[in-house]
Design a protein around this ligand. Structure first.
Ligand SMILES: [Zn+2]
Ligand SMILES: [Zn+2]
Length: 268
């Protein structure tokens, strides 16, 4: 009701503007005849906008229901429930662009059939962007799958440049799942997702040093290998700190250690 009233007030405001355009300040029959074509096109435009919105909402609703039916563990690695990208699916073009005399309908079973490919393309598109920033290997041609696999190495540290200054959330991202979670999140207060990623050579060096430090090979050790070990590291440069009458040294997991090292570089 509130929105209908708001829309009506907006409509009246536009009528008064139209009257001014035709230099008429009183709403008489003559003035009405003068502005009638303008009002008619305005009403048509409002109607088209409303139907367009309803069709998009319908498709997004079907997509959200489809996501709900997938295992909850997958949700954080799938395109967002309100993504506009589903509107770009070729199979929906006919429905979205049909004559705007009524909302029309689309059978959920028909719409859902497009989502597996849509999700695969979304994942693959993002993976291609991310593996594209990995340095090339010297000796061999690497397949796309091998590159995606390389993302799982402990030394494949990817850094988000978009939120570098505002938060440390994207400072150290290792493994596709962590990267994927970051690129679909907007939690640090910006309306758009982070889109610019780079391989930070300082982070790679720090991760390689930690992997070597525990006696493993930086060329083959994966993030899971390091996580499973669950080692703790201390900084050799920091001095002990005082806290409630005791002296202590900070300890870090390997990822916290890489993050700490990078934050020092950003700070100095
Ligand atoms: Zn970010
Ligand atoms: Zn330190």
């Amino acid at each position: 009701m509130y929105f209908a009233r708001k829309a009506f007030i907006a409509y009246l405001a536009r009528v008064s503007i139209i009257l001014r355009i035709v230099c008429t300040f009183t709403y008489t029959c003559v003035a009405f005849r003068q502005i009638k074509p303008i009002i008619e096109s305005l009403v048509k435009e409002v109607k088209i906008t409303r139907i367009e919105t309803e069709r998009r909402k319908l498709l997004k609703g079907i997509y959200q229901d489809y996501l709900k039916a997938r295992p909850p563990g997958e949700w954080q690695y799938l395109p967002e429930p309100d993504t506009r990208r589903i509107l770009e699916i070729e199979g929906f073009k006919e429905f979205l662009e049909a004559p705007f005399d009524e909302r029309g309908d689309i059978f959920p079973g028909y719409a859902v059939a497009f989502f597996p490919d849509f999700i695969d393309n979304w994942v693959k598109g993002h993976q291609e962007e991310i593996v594209g920033i990995l340095p090339d290997l010297e000796d061999a041609e690497e397949t796309f799958e091998a590159k995606v696999q390389r993302l799982e190495l402990a030394t494949s540290v990817v850094t988000c440049r978009d939120c570098n200054d505002s938060s440390h959330l994207g400072l150290v991202l290792v493994g596709w799942k962590n990267i994927c979670r970051h690129l679909r999140s907007t939690s640090h207060g910006y309306p758009d997702n982070c889109q610019t990623y780079e391989v930070n050579h300082h982070a790679v060096a720090a991760a390689a040093s930690l992997v070597s430090c525990v006696g493993l090979d930086p060329l083959t050790t994966t993030m899971d290998d390091m996580n499973r070990r669950d080692d703790r590291f201390m900084c050799g440069t920091c001095l002990p700190e005082d806290y409630r009458g005791r002296r202590f040294m900070r300890v870090y997991t390997w990822l916290e250690c890489v993050c700490y090292f990078l934050s020092l570089l950003l700070f100095f």
